[in-house]
Write a protein that binds this ligand. Structure first.
Ligand code: CUV
Ligand code: SF4
Length: 629
């Protein structure tokens, strides 16, 4: 025995202790700000406030059922939903674009290299690019240019769509949701939602799916695939998670954000002998890098860098009083970190022109001068060690072991060990399909997404996961959901003991934890590839697979963009937080049922987490029954 999950109550008491330090230094916290912001504006919550022209803002009430231009609630809600999606699609895709740019900077003697040449050659093959006799760096540059063209090409549809099964591609074509150039779908969304353009819910929802597709089957896929090419395709690696990974006697550098181009370089220079010597000369035992949010997922999966926490834990890392620097790039960074860091010795270092914030030290990072920038950042952190106020230091001694890094490649390779029929199944998802058809595993849930103060932090993630694995349902995770699992201990291989008998046996045979870490949010593109492979290898349609998506604590625009492409790929998706569309029965109806006619899947929204869990299990069993398995 000995193995025990960390409970939500334990998470919370650690947070409470840190908030006491916060109070002592006069710090603000999201817990306090939530109180000031609730109850939320009902118009906003329902999506029936329109402020896209200056005749407004217009709000829909029973007495005022139309805006000044005559737009009704359905048009307003639909436009808001599409703009929300466009924000997310733009964000993920721009991250992907940065990765493509970084690949363009890769060189033999530079900061960025081609680590997975085989993968690059495989993608080149998919794209019909000649690789024979080509220098790998020439190929990298050629591929990065082609990938960058995907953002603005005048004709054609996304190259990545060719990875999907035939049937899915036909559905996309018929529904007119095949994404064209990535930027075009975002631009088109903004155009459609301008005053006096679309107010037809069906047209707006259709474009919301297409913009999501431009993300998942466009920009995010570029981000994931070319990150793998440069930094390595993740393979299982051991790490640890939760605030206990911070070290009292070392310089703690926290990387937070999304783009591995930055975090990889920080990790690189934190291991530099010159920097370590500097740290030692200042009284520290070494340099410890840990991550927050998706950047943490990136470096955990490829380097085993420990995970300090997820979205709603970002303030906690500063509240430990032991954070020398929190280094951020883009997305999901609380502006609160500025003033909060000022209450401590912590340097809040922003690095991207995309995410500039008050009360931060801006050290501009670019792929061209990565080495120099990273070194400066690490040095700034190390030199700050001497400013630590020891009476404010408290690191909650709380962490769990986790095995992470289950890329599609890693899953295929690992699960090959499960079935006996090794010979003809190497390199396919067939062993996993066999586990599912035989009923050893009932199905799979792709659980993703953030934290949101509307849900007791991590309770929905962890609660759902515990119940699902008991029911022999395997989980693939990404984003802050994955970190919730890791913090709780569900990514420890010993968590197999919490599973039903079937899943437990699979975990033992394959030597895997019952919840598999597939990466960051852009890596949900990996899940699309996995679903496609499962469909192709089984001869089924994606929508027939006993597989559902779930985002129980989501908050960001990116999450909606993701949800839209997951659903559009044929995977029923279950949300624990309602999107701001409840003010329109038509838009709600389309999302929860109507779009099923186009893509064979739809959303289910259920804020009662027990009911959400039951609904997923029921859906998985329905799909099994329909297949007669
Ligand atoms: Ni990208 S989007 S909070 S899950 S990192 Fe976590 Fe990750 Fe943000 Fe949501
Ligand atoms: Fe009001 Fe129409 Fe302008 Fe929106 S577009 S603010 S509903 S007048």
């Amino acid at each position: 025995m000995g193995f025990k999950l960390t409970t939500i109550e334990e998470f919370e008491s650690a947070t409470d202790r840190l908030l006491e330090t916060g109070k002592k230094v006069g710090a603000d916290s999201w817990q306090m700000r939530v109180k000031n912001q609730t109850p939320h504006c009902k118009f906003g919550e329902q999506g029936i406030c329109c402020r896209i022209c200056s005749m407004g803002p217009c709000r829909i009430t029973p007495k005022a059922p139309r805006g000044i231009c005559g737009c009704d609630a359905h048009g307003i809600v639909g436009r808001n939903f599409l703009r929300f999606t466009a924000g997310g699609a733009a964000t993920h895709s721009d991250h992907g674009r940065e990765i493509c740019h970084t690949l363009h900077c890769a060189s033999r003697d530079g900061s960025y290299h081609v680590k997975d040449a085989e993968k690059l050659i495989r993608i080149a093959g998919e794209w019909g690019v000649e690789t024979e006799g080509k220098d790998i760096y020439d190929l990298a540059h050629e591929m990065s240019e082609l990938a960058l063209m995907e953002y603005g090409k005048p004709f054609g549809i996304s190259r990545w769509l060719s990875r999907a099964p035939e049937h899915t591609r036909e559905l996309w074509k018929k529904a007119e949701i095949e994404p064209r150039a990535i930027d075009r779908e975002v631009s088109c969304a903004m155009h459609m939602t301008h005053m006096g353009c679309s107010s037809l819910p069906e047209a707006l929802v259709r474009q919301a799916l297409r913009a999501g597709m431009a993300d998942g089957w466009g920009g995010s896929m570029c981000g994931t695939e070319f990150s793998d090419v440069m930094f390595g395709t993740p393979m299982p690696v051991d790490t640890e998670a939760n605030l206990g990974v911070m070290k009292e006697d070392e310089v703690n550098i926290i990387v937070h954000g999304h783009d591995p181009s930055l975090s990889e370089m920080i990790c690189e220079y934190a291991g530099d002998p010159e920097m370590i010597a500097l740290a030692k000369s200042l009284g520290a035992k070494g340099i410890n890098v840990a991550g927050v949010c998706c950047t943490s997922n990136e470096v955990a999966m490829r380097r085993g860098v420990p995970m300090a926490g997820n979205f709603l834990q970002q303030e906690n890392v500063v509240l430990t009083g032991a954070c020398e620097a929190i280094v951020v790039d883009v997305q999901c960074i609380f502006p609160a970190l500025g003033p909060l860091s000022k209450c401590f010795h912590t340097k809040f270092i922003t690095t991207s022109p995309i995410a500039q914030m008050p009360d931060s030290d801006f050290i501009r990072f670019s792929a061209e001068s990565a080495a120099e920038n990273a070194k400066k950042i690490v040095r700034t952190a190390v030199e700050n060690y001497v400013n630590r106020k020891s009476d404010l230091v408290h690191i909650p001694q709380m962490k769990q072991k986790a095995t992470v890094g289950y890329s599609v490649e890693a899953i295929v390779k690992t699960l090959d060990g499960v079935t006996n029929s090794q010979v003809d199944v190497l390199g396919t998802t067939k062993p996993l399909i066999e586990c599912i058809t035989s009923g050893v595993i009932r199905g799979a849930v792709a659980m993703v997404g953030c934290n949101n103060p509307r849900v007791r932090p991590d309770s929905a993630h962890v609660g759902l996961m515990k119940k699902l694995i008991q029911n022999d349902i395997i989980l693939v995770l990404s984003g802050c959901s994955a970190q919730a699992a890791a913090k709780a201990g569900l990514m420890d291989k010993q968590a197999k003991d919490l599973c039903g008998a079937g899943l437990k046996r699979v975990c033992e045979l394959a030597d895997i934890p019952p919840v598999l870490h597939m990466g960051s949010c852009v890596d949900i593109s990996r899940m699309m590839v996995l679903a496609s492979e499962l469909a192709k290898d089984s001869g089924l349609n994606i929508s027939q697979l006993p597989l559902v998506g779930c985002a129980p604590e989501w908050m960001s625009e990116k999450a909606v963009s993701i949800g839209n492409y997951v659903v559009a790929t044929g995977i029923d998706t279950f949300l624990g937080v309602a999107p701001q569309v409840t003010g329109s029965s038509e838009v709600t109806g389309l999302l929860t049922e109507g779009i099923r006619d186009w893509v064979e899947a739809a959303y289910t929204v259920e804020t009662d987490i027990d009911k959400l869990c039951d609904a997923m299990i029921t859906r998985i069993e329905e799909k099994r029954a329909a297949l007669g398995i």
